[in-house]
Write a protein that binds this ligand. Structure first.
Ligand code: BJW
Ligand code: ZN
Length: 253
C-alpha cells in the first residue's frame, strides 16, 4: 500500500482506461449529508430504514418528506472541487474531440456513481453510470411512467399521484431492489477494462456496487481509495489517500 499522490497522478496519466466509483462522501463538502455519518440522521430515522420498499409501503408520506428534505438541501448545494476534478479527468481521458464517427469516445474514463444527487452532472461530467438512480426523477408505482420531480404539480397530499392514480416514488434503488440492468452491465464492463480503479467517498458497504472494485482488481486493475476514513477495501488497495476528496482529487490532475 502506498499513499503517494505523485505516483497515483502518474499512473492516471499513463492509464489507457480509468473507472471511478463515487459515493456520498464526494458530496459531503457540498453540504450534502452522507448516509452512515453522524449527520445522516433525519428526525431520528436512519437512512437504512427509510431507503426501503417496506418503509414506503408502511409510511409513504414519511419517505416522500425525507426525499423532499434532501432535494431541498441539494437544490441549494453546489458541486465542489472534487466533482469538478472528476469532470476534468473525463475531459482529459476522452478520445479525440471530433472522432470519425462523430460520437464522443468515452472509453478512457467511466464515472460510476452510487449518488442520486445530480452534482456530477452539474459539475460537467458527461458519461455517468448512475447505479442507484436519480432523486430528480420520479416514477409511478402503478404504470411505471417517469417524469422530472420539479414538474410534478404540487398538491395537498403526499406522496403526489400519477395521472393513472397510483403514487409516485423517487426513481432510486432501495435495499432489496435490483440495480438498473443496463447501467450495471456497463459498469461491470468498464470496471473490467480499467487500468486504475478509483474508489472515492464511499464506505464500500453496499453491494453490488462495492463489488465493482473486486471486479476491477481481478481483471488486473490497480485500486486507489480516496476517503478520510478507513474502508474495507484499504487492505487490498494499491493507493490509500486519506483525506477529503474536494482537496485530494484536484491534486491528482
Ligand atoms: C468522505 C468525505 C469527504 C465523508 N471526502 N469521502 C449482505 C451482504 C451483501 C449484500 C447484502 C447483504 N444483505 C443485503 C444485501 C444487499 C444490499 C446491501 O448491500 N446491504 C448491505 C448494507 C449489507 N444491497 C441491495 O439491496 C441492493 N440490491 C440488491 O442487492 O438487489 C439484489 C436483487 C436482485 C434481483 C432482484 C431483486 C434484488 C440495492 C442497494 C441500494 C442502495 N440504495 C441506497 C439508497 C439510494 C437512494 C437514496 O439516496 O435515497 O444507496 S442506500 C445508500 O447507500 C445509497 C448509497 O448510494 C449507498 C452507499 O452509501 P455510500 O455512498 O457509500 O455512503 P456512506 O454514507 O455509507 O459513506 C460515505 C463515505 O464518505 C464514508 O466512507 C466517509 O468516510 C466518506 N467521506 N466525507 C471523501 N469529504
Ligand atoms: Zn402511473
Amino acid at each position: 500500500m502506498n499513499n503517494s499522490i505523485a505516483e497515483l497522478r502518474d499512473a492516471l496519466r499513463q492509464a489507457s482506461s480509468i473507472a471511478a466509483l463515487t459515493g456520498a462522501g464526494i458530496s459531503a463538502e457540498s453540504g450534502v449529508p452522507t448516509f452512515r455519518g453522524p449527520n445522516g440522521l433525519w428526525r431520528n430515522y436512519s437512512p437504512e430504514k427509510l431507503a426501503t420498499p417496506q418503509a414506503f409501503a408502511e409510511n409513504p408520506r414519511l419517505v416522500w418528506e425525507w426525499y423532499d428534505w434532501r432535494r431541498g438541501i441539494i437544490r441549494k448545494a453546489q458541486p465542489n472541487a472534487g466533482h469538478v476534478a472528476i469532470a476534468e479527468l473525463e475531459r482529459r481521458k476522452s478520445g479525440a474531440a471530433d472522432p470519425p464517427d462523430g460520437l464522443p469516445d468515452h472509453s478512457g474514463f467511466t464515472l460510476i456513481t452510487q449518488n442520486v444527487d445530480g452534482l456530477h452532472d452539474r459539475a460537467g461530467s458527461q458519461n455517468i453510470l448512475k447505479l442507484h438512480g436519480d432523486l430528480w426523477i420520479v416514477q409511478c408505482t402503478g404504470c411505471g411512467a417517469t417524469e422530472l420531480n420539479e414538474e410534478v404539480p404540487l398538491q395537498g397530499d403526499l406522496p403526489p399521484r400519477c395521472r393513472c392514480g397510483a403514487w409516485l416514488r423517487p426513481a432510486v434503488v432501495w435495499f432489496g431492489e435490483p440495480l438498473p440492468a443496463e447501467v450495471w452491465g456497463r459498469a461491470v464492463e468498464a470496471s473490467g477494462r480499467a487500468k486504475v480503479f478509483l474508489v472515492i467517498g464511499t464506505s464500500a458497504a453496499v453491494y453490488p456496487a462495492a463489488g465493482l472494485a473486486e471486479v476491477a482488481r481481478r481483471a488486473g486493475s490497480r485500486l486507489a481509495i480516496v476517503n478520510p476514513e478507513p474502508t474495507p477495501l484499504d487492505q487490498v488497495a494499491d493507493w490509500v489517500l486519506r483525506g477529503p476528496s474536494g482537496e485530494l482529487l484536484p491534486r491528482l490532475l
